[in-house]
Design a protein around this ligand. Structure first.
Ligand SMILES: [Zn+2]
Ligand SMILES: [Zn+2]
Length: 330
């Protein structure tokens, strides 16, 4: 099969023909229909996350059709359409797993990082971590639900019942979260890179109450903010925008260093927290919701062979909504 391989962090992915993977016990083989490009893929490719499997197939927003089933993976059958998220395996035994917090599992393994992912024609996945997908979305539309949507939704839950919600970085995750937040009756204030008039127009199109550059203050106090952009300097900026008792959620896996800031902007019971990974419960909840709210998923599809182009476009902020890779038809 064709796969785009990361052989060394910091170097472009290489197209390679490698043997089709074979599903082990408990796994399924998927024919990939679409795989989203997530910012985390950039962090892995750039060497900002330690010790990836090498060579590695990136990609943890996989939509695929079950082609064959390994021993004991009988919860799925050939022909089923499923999604594969970032959380690829957990131990089920550590204190986090036992407490229903498998997103924090000490021994968790992640798709497209420690397990080969979906920048390929085929992928294998542990059947217990695959999600059924709402049928109303195409493969390309469903792919971004699996991380941008899921992690975005976990971040939205972490923001509490904030009525005035700030989002910093209006990419794949924010464009989904904004729609869910609107559906819940919240008002969304979207911050983009300074000068990104198109991004601001996109946010307003999706129902944001206000959109402007991250260098500006929100036009009114916010009750919470979610930071999707991997920029540490946004944290003090967001703290300055939230009201007393408000929460600032850092939703990314990696962020540039956070500059020091005066205690007074944290004072007043403001909270700073991160969101790490996902639980299968998150997946079931969010995908259930996505099946009932008609989310408008904006995608830019590229052929699998153009994975490097997709990563570069994401890096330079040129993707409207979510970038998605489509393998060749064979
Ligand atoms: Zn565990
Ligand atoms: Zn992701």
């Amino acid at each position: 099969m064709l796969a785009m391989l990361l052989t060394a962090p910091g170097s472009p992915l290489r197209p390679a023909t490698i043997p089709d993977p074979v599903p082990a016990a408990g796994q399924v083989l998927l024919r990939v229909g679409a795989c989203g490009i997530c910012r985390t893929d950039l962090h892995v490719a750039d060497g900002e996350l330690p010790e990836p499997k090498l060579p590695l197939v990136l990609g943890h927003e996989i939509v695929g059709e079950v082609a064959s089933v390994g021993a004991g993976a009988d919860r799925l059958e050939a022909g089923d359409r499923v999604g594969v998220p970032w959380l690829g395996w957990t131990c089920g035994e550590c204190r986090y797993c036992r407490a229903g917090r498998e997103n924090l599992c000490d021994r968790a393994r992640f798709t497209g990082y420690q397990i080969d992912g979906g920048y390929a024609e085929y992928a294998v996945a542990d059947a217990r971590y695959c999600f059924p997908l709402p049928p109303s979305y195409t493969d390309a539309e469903a792919a971004p639900l699996l991380c941008a949507g899921l992690i975005g939704h976990r971040a939205l839950r972490a923001a509490g019942d904030a009525e005035r919600l700030g989002v910093y970085g209006f990419g794949a995750a924010a464009h989904i979260v904004a729609q869910v937040a609107r559906h819940e009756g919240r008002r969304v204030f979207a911050f983009t890179r300074p000068g990104d008039a198109e991004g601001q127009a996109f946010a307003l199109e999706l129902g944001a109450a206000w959109a402007g550059p991250s260098s500006e203050h929100a036009p009114e106090e916010l009750d919470a903010a979610i930071i999707f952009a991997p920029v540490g300097a946004l944290l003090p900026a967001a703290l300055r925008s939230v009201a007393k008792g408000g929460t600032v959620v850092c939703a990314g896996i990696h962020m540039s260093p956070i500059p020091s800031f005066p205690y007074e902007i944290l004072w007043g019971e403001r909270v700073v927290r991160s969101v790490a990974n996902l639980t299968r419960q998150d997946g079931a909840e969010f995908l259930g919701l996505a099946g009932t709210i008609p989310l408008r998923i904006t995608t830019t599809s590229l052929p699998l062979e153009q994975a490097n182009e997709g990563l570069n476009r994401l890096r330079s902020g040129q993707v409207r909504g979510a970038a998605v890779l489509i393998p060749p038809i064979r």
